[in-house]
Design a protein around this ligand. Structure first.
Ligand SMILES: Nc1nc2c(ncn2[C@@H]2O[C@H](COP(=O)(O)OP(=O)(O)OP(=O)(O)O)[C@@H](O)[C@H]2O)c(=O)[nH]1
Ligand SMILES: [Mg+2]
Ligand SMILES: [Zn+2]
Length: 376
């Protein structure tokens, strides 16, 4: 690992432009304001308490990571062996321990939550963010609204153990916006908030998800208004948003990188580019929790391996026939179950291949060393 300190910047570079309100943020201890909690504190050894300093990962670039800690923001280089394993690589929201003097990363702390997806077109997972407390699933009151996609996000959120809220943006652009809220009425424990993301007053109900010390992720397709929401909650222009355009229901991928932003007098917000694909993998509990009504019914089916099609004694089928369960929802549940199974299998194969390859590399390396030493 190379010597890593490139630059240090003042506290809360992101979001610090709002002079007056910034003061309120800094009344918290800097670490707590960045989301530091007993869960992380208790992972430190006595030695580490003396020699190391925790920093939060605010953004990840190819070979650099922007971090923020007790002494402000800095950029560190990462290209050493510490972070080679895909799962181990730091992602936005992670806590890293830096050696106090050299500013070298020592280790990554255990995560309280992790968001990941199947990397599009690849046979491995891609980390999205870590240590998130709450999630806003953002969708707009137009063609973007899609129950099956919301359910996909929900499975991811439940798996990570986060609190979720659905935010319906652009309510100011349509008259019949209540129909969207109505469509989500039957979802258990799922708050729904209708907003005009451009209007600061309208987004006030969302403040309870981003109190100081909490980390809130904004997830949703491109163009739904994630960065607009971030700016309205921050009360200042922290992230670029798409300009006005004629057909507003199409995204343009304005946000290019995931990053955490500290908002004045509040918590940290994760803004991310809209994700076209959100492949689920290595997820089990999350899916049954997101579909807890169906999983509970499925547990009552006569056959343990019931496919909920034509089997006798199928409780899921009976609920659908009685119009108590939406057929689309059942279809989506089964589709996601198959997807998780398929992707998890692919991942297991990839991991086995990687293990075999590194064993081979070790073996060849060992043989080469033996020859060099003249062993027989
Ligand atoms: N009228 C209205 N316009 C909105 C609302 N929310 C967002 N917009 C507009 O929609 C466009 C897209 O908003 P962005 O905030 O850039 O969308 P995003 O989700 O960050 O998109 P990506 O960065 O591409 O993922 C911008 O022109 C916003 O001004 C809203 O509630 N009402
Ligand atoms: Mg954006
Ligand atoms: Zn059944």
């Amino acid at each position: 690992m190379s010597k890593s300190l490139i630059s240090r910047r003042p506290l809360f570079r992101r979001g610090a432009s709002n002079g007056g309100q910034e003061k309120a943020v800094n009344t918290q201890t800097p670490l707590r304001a960045r989301g530091w909690k007993p869960f992380f504190q208790q992972q430190l050894s006595l030695d580490e308490l003396v020699c190391c300093e925790p920093v939060r990962v605010m953004a990840v670039h190819r070979s650099q990571i922007e971090v923020s800690g007790e002494h402000g923001d800095e950029v560190i280089l990462v290209n050493g062996p510490l972070f080679e394993e895909a799962q181990e690589k730091p992602t936005v929201g992670d806590w890293l321990l830096l050696e106090r003097d050299s500013r070298k990363p020592v280790r990554r702390l255990e995560r309280s939550s992790l968001f990941r997806r199947m990397a599009p077109g690849a046979k491995q997972v891609q980390l999205i963010a870590a240590n998130i407390d709450n999630v806003l699933i953002v969708t707009s009151c137009n063609h973007d609204f899609n129950l099956s996609r919301i359910e996909r996000y929900l499975a991811l959120v439940k798996e990570a153990g986060c609190r979720a809220c659905v935010v319906l943006t652009k309510s100011d652009l349509v008259d019949e916006h209540e129909q969207y809220r109505e469509a989500l009425k039957s979802y258990r424990d799922l708050p729904v908030v209708l907003v005009n993301a451009l209007d600061r007053e309208s987004v006030e109900p969302l403040r309870e998800y981003c109190r100081s010390g909490e980390t809130l992720a904004l997830l949703g397709s491109s163009g739904v208004g994630k960065s607009t929401l971030l700016n309205s909650l921050a009360g200042t222009e922290l992230a670029a948003t798409a300009g006005i355009r004629e057909d507003d229901s199409k995204g343009r991928h304005t946000t290019r990188h995931r990053a955490l932003y500290a908002i004045p007098d509040g918590g940290l917000l994760l803004d991310s580019p809209g994700m076209r694909e959100l492949g689920l993998a290595d997820i089990g509990e999350g899916l049954s929790e997101a579909f807890s009504d169906i999983s509970e019914l499925a547990a009552q089916c006569r056959f343990a391996d019931c496919a909920h099609e034509t089997e006798p004694g199928c409780a899921v089928r009976a609920a659908m026939d009685a119009n108590e369960l939406d057929e689309r929802r059942v279809r989506n549940w089964r589709k996601l179950e198959r997807e998780v199974k398929r992707n998890s299998q692919t991942l297991a194969e990839t991991r086995a291949e990687e293990r075999a390859f590194s064993q081979l590399v070790r073996k060849v390396g060992g043989q080469a060393r033996s020859r060099k030493n003249g062993d027989h």
